[in-house]
Design a binder for this molecule. Structure first.
Ligand code: ATP
Ligand code: MG
Length: 223
């Protein structure tokens, strides 16, 4: 593969295991993966194959046991915890199967949370993020007053409000019906015009909307 700045994410020989009782079980055996800027990729693989583990490593929520992860040629594996928190806040947005919205807050307030945590007083980005996901007209609604698809849109608006370079979506349609799930995938595809999107899905049809599908099999990547 060509070297160059257009490769936003480089996962190099990354191994990761978990300690269970007294023994260590390795889940990822030396993964290599490169993702371009504004690429939309799907990660597929059996339950327990290590998809979420890989997402957590790319999202800097966890560290590899060995190997390196680079963003725009910056090696993040050497960063301190404090540096990582700051880097992650500016670089990555997360979306999950369960939307993880705060029930007592409106859509607007939920989307504003990352700005509040960052100490950013300028909340103009909230309205534009909600517009981007097609929910400007629902900003005063609380999660219970929204459909599942709308709740996931709010979660996506929250994930993009800091204008991340990477959006990580771990089974974003897992809790939605087929038609609603497809609309969420269309939204992710349109967002990939501005940012790299890495999605985990069990659904082959939904995965086919992405630019590329990679499979995790026996702890390795099979494209
Ligand atoms: N914190 C942890 N401690 C110990 N084992 C873990 C931990 N997290 C994951 N595992 C194990 O690592 C393996 C991979 O888990 P992971 O969650 O990455 O799989 P997955 O591909 O996302 O599966 P699913 O499709 O079910 O979400 C599994 O065998 C799991 O039991
Ligand atoms: Mg998972």
């Amino acid at each position: 593969m060509s070297e160059g700045p257009e490769k936003l994410i480089r996962v190099k020989d990354v191994a990761k295991g978990y300690r269970i009782g007294s023994h260590e079980v390795e889940v990822l055996h030396g993964i290599n993966l490169e993702v371009r800027e504004r690429e939309f990729i799907s990660i597929m693989g059996q339950s327990g194959s290590g998809k979420t583990t890989l997402m957590n490593l790319i999202g800097m929520l966890d560290r590899p046991d060995s190997g390196r992860i680079l963003f725009n040629d910056v090696d993040i594996t050497g960063k301190t915890q404090k540096e990582l928190v700051e880097f992650r806040r500016r670089t990555v947005g997360f979306v999950f199967q369960q939307f993880h919205l705060i029930p007592s807050l409106t859509a607007y307030e939920n989307v504003a949370m990352p700005l509040v945590f960052a100490g950013d007083k300028d909340h103009d980005a909230v309205a534009s993020a909600l517009e981007r996901v097609g929910l400007a007209h629902r900003m005063d609604h609380k999660p219970v007053e929204l459909s599942g698809g709308e709740q996931q849109r709010v979660a996506i608006a929250r994930a993009i409000v800091m204008k991340p370079k990477i959006l990580l979506a771990d089974e974003p349609t897992g809790a939605l019906d087929a038609a609603t799930g497809l609309r969420i995938i269309s939204l992710l595809k349109s967002l990939s015009g501005d940012m790299t999107v890495v999605m985990v899905t069990h659904n082959r049809e939904l995965a086919s909307y992405s630019d590329r599908i990679v499979h995790i099999q026996d702890g390795n990547i099979a494209e």
